[in-house]
Ligand binder design. Structure first.
Ligand SMILES: NC(=O)c1ccc[n+]([C@@H]2O[C@H](COP(=O)([O-])OP(=O)(O)OC[C@H]3O[C@@H](n4cnc5c(N)ncnc54)[C@H](OP(=O)(O)O)[C@@H]3O)[C@@H](O)[C@H]2O)c1
Length: 313
């Protein structure tokens, strides 16, 4: 192809062809599964900023049920998918205790489907996991190398999902996150705003420590990691990500009410005063040193990110 001809019209055509050629060369196809959930919706919201590098395929269970192995394999082949970001999951932690089969089908078996199809089609996977893979007995932030010991069906299914993904597709990044909330879907922040407006008084657990994560921050991080991967190579492995800081559900609630302008009396209670089906980790703060240094990230403080979410709500 001649890129200089001395003929302006021909040069313009050549320039256009060159740009189309360049665009097709660099844009990689990304499949986002579970795209109607909190994280999937946050990725959708910012995806336009990453369209130079990526073409996005957003699917939820109606477009692509990840428990269907053939459907996943076909989807990857037909659409030339190079990255999968798995936002699909069974996330009803207490319900999972009585609904084990479906929970494992989505959080473990379907993750194997993604891993196998990715390996067959030369794609890479970014998968999201949870702080619930830990038992919560630690007293300092959990590192990626710390021993997992999940205490609930949900936690076990996610931990087995991690293992099977690394077996089926070693070229995977697993990001464990915690206490996720967003302007989309149902979550603790929205529930506390609703209860705070409806009730005069609320009891909230004060003896579990962790860090909330605004799904918008995690979405930005995942897309940054993919941009980074295009420029520097894919750094497979397990990473921890939440917002910075530490709090309890009780202090989190006080902050939610402060930013939402709600004056409801909140009483601190102990875990055993609020019985639930699935056991939660008492302490699930994640150490984020690895993700920050490998991908050169800075992470917002949980309270700053919470105030942004509540303003948007
Ligand atoms: N939420 C938290 O507090 C939290 C904490 C730590 C880690 N995580 C992890 O973070 C990730 C994202 O969580 P999230 O809160 O964004 O989840 P979410 O809001 O529950 O979204 C999950 C999405 O996956 C869809 N889905 C379920 N089964 C599917 C299937 N077979 N095929 C395709 N899609 C399917 C769901 O559809 P339906 O709604 O119709 O089922 C939903 O739209 C998950 O891996 C979760 O385990 C979450």
């Amino acid at each position: 192809m001649a890129f200089f001809s001395g003929n302006k019209q021909a040069d313009d055509q050549d320039e256009t062809a060159k740009n189309v050629f360049r665009f097709e060369l660099v844009q990689k196809n990304i499949l986002i599964t579970g795209a109607n959930g909190q994280l999937g919706n946050e990725i959708r919201r910012i995806s336009v900023r990453h369209e130079d590098n990526f073409k996005f395929f957003f699917t939820d269970v109606n477009e692509l049920d990840i428990t269907n192995r053939e459907a996943v394999e076909c989807y990857l082949k037909e659409n030339g998918i190079k990255y999968i970001v798995n936002c699909a999951a069974y996330t009803a932690v207490d319900k999972a205790e009585d609904d084990m089969d479906l929970c494992y089908k989505i959080n473990r078996d379907a993750v194997a489907n993604l891993g196998i199809a990715a390996a067959n089609n030369g794609a890479k996977v970014v998968h999201v996991s949870t702080d619930y893979v830990f038992d919560g007995t630690a007293s300092s932030p959990y590192k990626e190398t710390d021993t997992t010991n999940p205490q609930s069906v949900y936690g076990k299914s996610k931990q087995e999902g991690e293992t099977i993904l690394l077996e089926t597709c070693p070229q995977s990044i697993i990001i464990r996150t915690a206490w996720l909330y967003s302007i989309f879907g149902n979550n603790f922040v929205k529930t506390m705003i609703k209860y705070g407006k409806e009730r005069d008084e609320l009891n909230v657990v004060a003896d579990q420590a962790g860090t909330p994560t605004n799904a918008a921050d995690l979405a930005r991080t995942i897309l940054k990691i993919l941009d980074f991967s295009e420029a520097n190579g894919f750094k497979a492995g397990i990473y921890h990500y939440s917002n910075e800081g530490v709090t309890s559900w009780y202090d989190f609630t006080l902050a939610i009410h402060k930013y939402a302008g709600i004056s409801c009396k909140v009483n601190p209670i102990a875990t055993d005063q609020y019985p639930v089906k699935a056991k939660r980790p008492q302490y699930s703060v994640l150490d984020k040193t690895k993700i920050k240094s490998v991908f050169n990230l800075s992470i917002p403080d949980w309270e700053d990110s919470l105030s942004i979410c509540i303003t948007e709500l």
